[in-house]
Design a protein around this ligand. Structure first.
Ligand SMILES: Nc1ncnc2c1ncn2[C@@H]1O[C@H](COP(=O)(O)OP(=O)(O)OP(=O)(O)O)[C@@H](O)[C@H]1O
Length: 540
């Protein structure tokens, strides 16, 4: 097809106003016919002149190219794409035409570069099973060193990571760190033990000036005291060598702290303690720049929502950056959280709400409560590979099971909400130090606690939801290590078996076909009234 025909068919129905665009039309016309001022074979005289002219304009060209490159960065931002073309446009002398050509070339080069960057980011995301949603998501990190080259991070911070033996960022760190560093809010969902703590702490350490005055700069909310204490310890490790004020909201601080004189860069707390300090002790959170909700779905559970609301309100800085992290993020919670977020990016590693693929999961039918105790003793006799965590559904049952195991030659300890803060911390520390082999626990340590060496998690009592299951078993199989999870079930648990079995299947574990044939339950939570744990014969 002839050019004229093609253009006329493309612009069919469009009226071209030749009068209005006369100068453009003239230029267009000029470009089609060779100009007498630009012969195809120049004379030697003209060649020389042009050479010296070229040398002169070379410098200018370079400058222009730089300016054009700067303006072309606007293309990346997505605004002012036509910035360089603003202003007088109707008369372009030949030099201006050349400038435009240069600019066009630079813009084309820049566009290609951007396209390459987008492609590189897509390859990285595919490689690390990263799924994102949102506008203008920054590229994932290839390495920790990129934090220095791309984001100007102090090398001491990255040095701390290598001292801790962190060679490469984990998938969630690769994507969530750049998102937070570029000032965007985010929902992050990644498997248990996959390094979410560093993913939200590192951007804070990079952005907040150590020892800065003028109030709290970052708040991290955790659902339990143990997790809050662990987060403070981790934060101090990453910040080693710099004088950050990193504070844990203890009971005493919350009840009688003098917050007016308190130096604090990063404050880690449970929601109730923080809320108490805000309401009763006038803790001012208006200068908070970062708010992190760790184990966010737990924080948004009924009972906590109002407190979270009140904390969010107290963090009144309009440019605050909020982020939510968890291994499980139900759609309903995400929808609720979205109401307080601005243009948030969502980052998911692997499949949403799934268990770590490093954990070998098994379901064991124990028949009755007594059957569970027998099965537990038998499994200890066959192979006890400490440290082991055993989850039960209540503090009463934790105490009962502890009594039973005290008879056996097993170094066991127990942790539940009836113990005071020190006793709970001791129980955690003793397991970490290898002084105890088996720790019997309620949900208090099911979330976020990082026991590196835990080889096996036993769900003595069936978990009350798929999310609870994912978090409980996630106490093993952390930081790239393998783990084992055993879940006992009785007749009463059968109706809820299918929900947990789905988690096993989605992480590649085998499930008997009869379980998969059970009907799906709409109810998300399940709690059975169980007979007490005891080897003594029933009185009735
Ligand atoms: N880049 C890394 N390289 C090596 N180890 C890492 C890296 N990042 C974190 N870790 C280690 O991995 C372990 C688990 O990290 P972390 O507790 O942050 O997991 P998590 O994703 O928050 O888990 P949970 O969902 O259970 O809270 C920790 O012991 C931590 O020190």
């Amino acid at each position: 097809m002839e050019t004229s025909k093609l253009s006329s068919s493309l612009f069919a129905g469009t009226h071209f106003n030749r009068k209005r665009f006369a100068s453009d039309f003239a230029r267009f016309h000029q470009g089609q016919t060779p100009s007498p001022a630009a012969p195809s074979v120049p004379s030697p005289e003209k060649k020389r002149k042009r050479k010296s002219g070229k040398a002169k304009t070379k410098k200018n060209k370079k400058k222009r190219a730089e300016a054009a490159a700067a303006s072309s960065s606007d293309v990346v931002e997505g605004f002012n794409v036509f910035k360089g073309l603003e202003g007088k446009n109707d008369e372009l002398p030949s030099e201006k035409v050349e400038i435009r050509k240069d600019e066009d070339l630079v813009a084309v080069r820049r566009r290609k570069e951007v396209e390459r960057e987008i492609e590189r980011a897509a390859v990285l995301r595919k490689r690390f099973d990263l799924h994102i949603a949102g506008q203008n998501v920054p590229a994932p990190l290839e390495s920790f060193e990129e934090l220095i080259s791309r984001y100007g991070c102090d090398s001491y911070l990255v040095g701390n990571l290598s001292k801790l033996g962190f060679k490469e960022p984990t998938p969630i760190q690769r994507q969530a760190i750049p998102v937070l560093l570029s000032g965007r809010e985010c929902f992050a969902c990644a498997p248990t033990g996959s390094g979410k703590t560093l993913a939200f702490l590192f951007p804070l350490l990079m952005k907040i000036k150590p020892g800065s005055k003028g109030g709290v700069k970052a708040v991290i909310l955790c659902p339990t005291r143990e997790l809050a204490a662990q987060t403070v310890r981790e934060c101090k490790k990453f910040a080693k060598g710099r004088k950050y004020f990193i504070k844990l909201m203890t009971k005493d601080l919350s009840k009688s702290g003098n917050f007016k004189d308190m130096h604090c860069d990063i404050l880690v707390s449970t929601p109730l303690r923080l809320d108490h300090a805000v309401k009763k002790r006038d803790l001012d959170l208006s200068s908070v720049e970062y708010l992190v909700l760790d184990e966010s779905d737990k924080l948004f559970e009924l009972g906590f929502v109002e407190v979270i609301d009140s904390v969010v309100e107290a963090c009144s800085n309009p440019s605050i950056i909020r982020s939510l992290f968890s291994a499980t993020l139900p759609d309903s919670i995400e929808a609720l959280a979205r109401t307080i977020m601005h243009d948030a990016i969502r980052v998911i590693v692997g499949r949403k709400n799934s268990a770590s693929s490093l954990i070998k999961q098994r379901l064991i039918f124990a028949g009755t409560e007594r059957g569970k105790l027998l099965a537990l003793r038998q499994s200890f006799q066959e192979s006890l590979n400490p440290p082991v965590l055993i989850f039960v559904q209540s503090k009463e049952r934790a105490k009962e099971l502890y009594k039973e195991l005290a008879f056996d030659d097993v170094r066991a300890d127990v942790i539940h909400a009836d113990l005071n803060e020190q006793q709970r911390q001791d129980a955690v520390d003793n397991l970490r130090a290898g002084k105890t082999w088996v720790l019997i626990a309620t949900e208090v340590i099911a979330r976020g606690m990082d026991f590196k060496g835990v080889n096996c998690v036993i769900n003595y009592d069936f978990p009350e939801s798929a999310a609870a299951y994912i978090h409980r078993i996630g106490r093993c199989g952390r930081a790239g290590r393998s783990g084992e999870a055993i879940t006992f079930f009785t007749e009463e648990d059968k109706p809820f078996l299918r929900n947990i079995a789905n988690v096993l299947v989605s992480s590649g574990c085998e499930v008997p076909s009869w379980i998969m044939a059970l009907p799906k339950l709409k109810r998300k939570k399940h709690r059975v009234d169980r007979d007490p744990i005891s080897t003594l014969p029933n009185e009735d």
